[in-house]
Design a protein around this ligand. Structure first.
Ligand SMILES: NC(=O)c1ccc[n+]([C@@H]2O[C@H](COP(=O)([O-])OP(=O)(O)OC[C@H]3O[C@@H](n4cnc5c(N)ncnc54)[C@H](OP(=O)(O)O)[C@@H]3O)[C@@H](O)[C@H]2O)c1
Length: 282
């Protein structure tokens, strides 16, 4: 049994991580128990509990709101991981940190997907602060995994839940068809993290989403097809659906590096079907 500290423990991914690692000894903290932006609190807890792993699920994840709150986003997404990295490194603990496709500008030709070696170039406050978090982990901790994920859904507010609600209420919904990525089930990401730890794969950055690529439009059509919802899905461009934070056109992350380590990664369609089968009643 491993001793594992999970931060941001009431978040969407954290719930799946807690479930996947339930056989281990878990210390689950949300901001009230451990504010990751407070170095003293982080050091005290880590020194006292001496976990073998820290899985950082805490983050400032409101992508549009971040555009107006740089300082707070930087504090949570960059200072927080730095504090955890310093505390982990001091006792030789492994830090598992979660990052995002937003560290890229999303302008890569959609015939290609981003690899871990590709140059980062974030264009939003969220992406910039998440990249700073990656750098803080790389610079301050020897034993770390950074898993970049994208289009996450699970137990919490998410795109699929929103589209199900809209599909039942409306006759037509407009959905962007020029942003490409992999919808990623929190349960599958938690299992990727679990496998990585079990297999003791080499430390470093890994791209971790479900397999296969789609667009938000195609995803919505798939959800309605599975759920037999008759609402018409109208494809629109990003330019027709402007948001405060620019959305990447290409969020496609190559999983070759993880696959080469023998990690099993389910296809996104299979994951969506499982989620729809087991999700909470809306
Ligand atoms: N959701 C996505 O589509 C997506 C895509 C790519 C990458 N990611 C990354 O995946 C990870 C997990 O995302 P998620 O969607 O599960 O996030 P989430 O549901 O928003 O959960 C984040 C948690 O962090 C907590 N938190 C905020 N500030 C904190 C602090 N100072 N100290 C401790 N806890 C704090 C939040 O508490 P409060 O709710 O009380 O603020 C919340 O429980 C994040 O690193 C995110 O950047 C997410």
């Amino acid at each position: 049994m491993r001793k594992i500290l999970i931060t941001g423990a009431n978040g969407m991914l954290a719930k799946a991580v807690r479930e996947r690692f339930k056989e281990d000894e878990l210390i689950c903290t949300d901001v009230e128990e451990l504010d990751i932006t407070n170095l003293e609190q982080v050091e005290n807890l880590v020194q006292r509990e001496k976990p073998q792993y820290i899985i950082n699920c805490a983050a400032f994840t409101a992508v549009d709101k971040a555009e107006e709150c740089y300082d707070l986003a930087e504090k949570i997404n960059a200072d927080g991981p730095r504090n955890l990295a310093l505390a982990a490194d001091a006792i030789g603990t492994t830090l598992v940190h979660i990052s995002t496709d937003y560290v890229f500008d999303g302008d890569l030709d959609t015939a290609k997907s981003y690899t871990e070696q590709d140059r980062t170039a974030p264009v939003t406050v969220y992406g910039i602060t998440k990249r700073h978090g990656e750098e803080a982990v790389e610079e301050n901790c020897k034993k770390y995994y950074i898993f970049r994920t994208a289009w996450l859904y699970g137990d919490g507010n998410n795109f699929i839940r929103t589209m199900l609600k809209l599909g039942k209420e409306k006759e037509e919904v407009s959905v962007v068809n020029d942003q490409h990525g992999s919808p990623t089930y929190s349960v599958d990401l938690a299992n990727i993290i679990y496998q990585a730890i079990e297999k003791n794969i080499p430390y470093g950055i890994y791209h971790a989403t479900n397999q296969g690529f789609t667009t938000w439009y195609e995803l919505t059509k798939k959800i309605y097809e599975i759920e037999k919802i008759s609402c018409y899905v109208k494809p629109v461009t990003s330019e027709e659906f402007v948001r405060p934070a620019k959305r990447p056109k290409n969020s496609m992350l190559s999983k070759e590096k993880l696959l080469a380590q023998g990690i099993q990664i389910p296809d996104w369609e299979d994951a969506v079907k499982r989620y729809l089968q087991f999700r909470d009643v809306l």
